[in-house]
Design a protein around this ligand. Structure first.
Ligand code: FBP
Length: 543
């Protein structure tokens, strides 16, 4: 298809010969002594900037690379791979690119494919991770590393590229450190991926995939808003993906201007209860009903439930009670299980548990991931809120304080955006990240994440480089132990994107309509239509 022949735009500095400039020695964002002790070989390295150099691009000695896609899909992954492939071949046509299949497990189980130009051409500028597949296994044990070394040696692999979120890039650094300590001679470079947008900091402006996913969801929200404003009969409760942080919900709100957008980080900061949230939504519904507007949109971040302090305590208590609980597992029927839990929970959590709709209370007890945590993406928060708001409105109606009509529809948008055809922004950004990684490898670097900065400027002015992964780390409690991890970025309540929402939300809530209908992603046309970065990036950069 025509889109496959789109030639991604790249920074000028990546077009020819390069010079890699080194900055000052760096420190981790916190817990410097601990991180330094754990990463003696990769700690303190300088930030790298790739600059254009004069002269012809020199041909380098042959080398091979292995790539691993880790975690949830994000639009643009295939372009990271095509950027890597083209970058490698430009340095030496004999270089080879291997893809490990099904995520990190492919390295351990020696499942791989040699990526040829035929395969690469088929996947250029497409969404998905299906070229080699992805997986959520962690690379953290020396036995896994040794299996990895074995296959890399066999295939002549000089460097591994790990494309993933905060956890996968933390693992990439652990692997880089292990290879250096054991003088294995294999480099490791990370690449920032996740639609959730929570892998960002002073060095990484955004993770790839966030741009496309938010544009897809915003199109859908806009379409719903136009329908709501045409039919004028439904309140739409829309839950949006984002495991923990609310960046996606916030960005979609900035793009579509809904009547209500909940932000988990704000709810936690204000110590709000579920009832407070229900009150906030109900007030807007009543106010709109008073002027004859019985329709609207509510955006709900997927991670909301764990940011409501009392719900978080309830979930933590349930996690503890249910862990390896033979007694609970042998109980027959939902009623018996419910009675058992009511008695085991603390009185506050037990009250909250009883107040929840039965279906939600049951979801909280059933679904656990392999680490024993509740899987929030399966909890239908939008339905929970509809049920609670309906009850509240019925009470208000009975006392004559509400005169409207409340008909609802619920939606969950997540998978609709994770494998979408990448926007020009993500296609260009990812291809540039792939090229950047090849240049870092050619320069012998390891323990770095490939980065591209100044993303609100035209792509030709973007600046590519590398950031030491240890620089982004701190120590956090994970599964009962202190572990080095890359700090996850939650929505900053003092940041420009949230402040924009805060300044405008009263108007968006009550005016007849302030909706924006962004329409589908545009791939061709004027630059202001098809090359715009997210509103989040624009506001953060003062554009
Ligand atoms: P990553 O952090 O791995 O990029 O995945 C993000 C995400 O899309 C979340 O938004 C969502 O909660 C989760 O993956 C769902 O994962 P799965 O499809 O494996 O259930």
């Amino acid at each position: 298809m025509a889109r496959q022949s789109y030639q991604p735009k790249i920074p000028v500095a990546l077009m020819g010969n390069v010079h890699i400039a080194e900055g000052e020695a760096t420190q981790s964002v916190a817990n410097q002594e601990d991180i330094k002790k754990l990463f003696p070989n990769t700690y303190g390295m300088p930030v790298l900037t790739i600059e254009a150099a004069t002269g012809e691009l020199a041909r380098v000695e042959t080398f091979n690379i292995g790539i691993i896609l880790s975690g949830g899909q994000a639009p643009g992954g295939h372009n990271v791979i095509s950027g890597l492939y083209d970058g490698l071949k430009k340095l030496n046509p004999e270089n080879k690119l291997y893809g490990f299949l099904g995520g990190p497990i492919g390295l351990v189980e020696h499942k791989y494919a040699l990526l040829t130009s035929d395969t690469i051409d088929e996947y250029r500028n497409t969404g998905g991770f299906d070229i080699i597949g992805s997986g959520r296994e962690k690379l953290e044990k020396p036995e896994q590393f040794e299996k990895g070394i074995e296959i890399c040696k066999q295939l002549g692999i000089k460097a591994l590229i790990i494309v993933g979120g905060d956890d996968s890039n933390t693992n990439a650094c652990v692997l880089a450190e292990y290879f250096l300590q054991n003088k294995v001679g294999i480099q490791v470079i990370g690449c920032p991926k996740t639609i959730d947008g929570d892998l960002k900091n002073d060095q990484i402006e955004t993770s790839f995939g966030f741009d496309t996913a938010c544009k897809v969801y915003s199109e859908l929200i806009g379409n719903i808003q136009r329908d709501a404003n045409s039919a004028k009969k439904y309140w739409h409760f829309i839950r949006l993906m984002g495991r923990s942080a609310s960046h996606i919900a916030l960005e979609c709100a900035l793009q579509s201007q809904p009547n209500i957008c909940l932000i988990s980080e704000e709810i936690e900061a204000k110590n709000m209860t579920l009832n407070d949230i229900v009150d906030r939504i109900t007030k807007v519904i009543v106010a709109r009903a008073n002027v004859g507007l019985n329709f609207g949109t509510v955006l709900i971040p997927e991670g909301l439930i764990e940011f409501i302090p009392a719900m978080r305590r309830l979930i933590e208590e349930l996690n503890d009670i249910l862990a390896d609980n033979e007694e609970f597992n042998t109980l027959e029927g939902d009623d018996n299980k419910r009675e058992y839990l009511k008695l085991k929970l603390t009185p506050e959590s037990s009250d909250l548990y009883r107040s929840l709709p039965r279906s939600i209370a049951r979801q909280l007890t059933l679904d656990r991931d392999p680490h024993g945590n509740v899987m929030v993406s399966l909890i239908e928060t939008e339905k929970l809120l509809i049920e609670m708001v309906s009850k509240k409105l019925a009470q208000l109606k009975a006392s004559g304080q509400y005169v409207g009509k409340f008909s609802t529809l619920s939606h969950f948008f997540g998978y609709e955006g994770r494998c979408a055809l990448p926007s020009n922004f993500d296609a260009d950004y990812c291809y540039s990240l792939g090229l950047t990684a090849t240049r870092l490898i050619a320069a012998g670097k390891t323990g770095y994440m490939a980065v591209v900065r100044h993303l609100t400027r035209p792509a030709s002015e973007w600046v590519a480089g590398g950031v030491p992964i240890t620089m982004m780390m701190n120590m956090e409690h994970r599964n009962g132990k202190m572990k080095p991890v890359i700090q996850k970025a939650l929505v900053d309540l003092n940041g420009a994107p949230f402040r924009h929402l805060e300044e405008h939300r009263a108007e968006w809530a009550e005016a007849a309509t302030c909706y924006i209908y962004p329409g589908p992603i545009q791939y061709y046309g004027p630059s202001e239509v098809c090359n715009q970065p997210t509103k989040t990036l624009q506001l953060e950069h003062g554009c």
